[in-house]
Each structure stands twice: as C-alpha cells, then as structure tokens.
Write a protein that binds this ligand. Structure first.
Ligand code: ZN
Ligand code: ZN
Length: 167
C-alpha cells in the first residue's frame, strides 16, 4: 500500500543572517531508513532525490545490492525566515508486509522513529567556495554547524528532525 510520511526539520542561529551569512539552504536529498519490501530487510537506508520518480535502497552487505524502489519526494517546502531555516517534506513510499529474511523482525510502516538525514548546501564568501553539511536524527544536540572553509558557525541544530506517518 502507498504510505506517506511527513519529515520536518529546523535550524536556527544568528549565523543564518547578517554579513557573515553562508546562504545556507536545504538540498533536495533525503535519506530515510525504511523497511524494504524488495529485499525484505527492515531499516534500509533509502536515498530520495527531489524530482526523481523513484528512490534508491542501499540493500544489504550480504545478498541484495543497491536497487531502485517505489518511493519519491512528493513535496519539499522550505521556509527561509529570520534566524530560522525550516523544511517540510512529504515522502511517498510503497509498503508491503514481510518478515525480515535475516533477523525475523516484521516490517512496520514506517519503522518506529525512523532514522533520517537531511542535506544542506552553503556558500562561503571568505573562501569563495561552496560547501555541504547534513543533519540526522541520531546526533548530539544542540550542535553548531560550521563552515568547512572558515570555521564560522553557520547555524545551530537544536531540534531533532520529526517524522510523522500521514497515511
Ligand atoms: Zn531494498
Ligand atoms: Zn565560511
């Protein structure tokens, strides 16, 4: 059956604005741990690209290799406010019941508290170079996101990304 999950995340901090701003933005790439009905493994890292009509399951070390799966980003809305950079994404994915071929766990839709990683891009005016960063659910918070070129704090990651199953 087709399921839809909502993923929301937010960054704050004075570094988002002002002269030293690094023009931080959300890249249209998401990684979500989903139970995969194709390789029948639970908690597979699934890579979503905005605009793509399918996603990529990372498979498992033994057996199934990376493969395309029936999942996509259905909506991707960002809010670029004062001292706040937020994103709300809707991901559609196909879910079917199965029992994990390896450890016997039953598939859930979605996995309770699935792991999520969101990707960011920025531009450093000092170095005149772009850079990337990411945030994920299983991280220490609050955490300063720093520029890889000038080491300034770009934003503060104080809130764990939220995942909610809509249908
Ligand atoms: Zn798979
Ligand atoms: Zn910088």
């Amino acid at each position: 059956m087709l399921r839809t999950a909502e993923i929301t995340a937010e960054l704050t901090g004075e570094g988002l604005r002002g002269e030293q701003s690094h023009r931080l933005y959300w890249r249209g790439t998401l990684e979500v741990a989903l139970d995969c009905f194709v390789c029948e493994r639970i908690g597979r890292t699934t890579v979503f690209e905005r605009g793509a009509e399918r996603a990529l399951c990372s498979g498992s070390r033994s057996g199934f290799k990376r493969h395309h799966t029936a999942a996509r980003i259905a909506a991707f809305d960002t809010t670029d406010g004062r001292e706040r950079l937020a994103v709300r994404a809707l991901v559609d994915f196909w879910w079917a019941p199965f029992t994990d071929t390896r450890d016997g766990h039953k598939a859930a839709a979605p996995t309770s508290h699935p792991w999520v990683r969101l990707h960011l891009g920025y531009y450093c005016q000092d170095a005149k170079e772009s850079g990337t960063n990411s945030i994920q659910t299983n991280a220490m918070r609050p955490n300063d996101l720093k520029c890889g070129h000038c080491d300034r704090v770009i934003a503060v990651d104080a809130q764990t990304p939220a995942v909610r199953l809509l249908v």
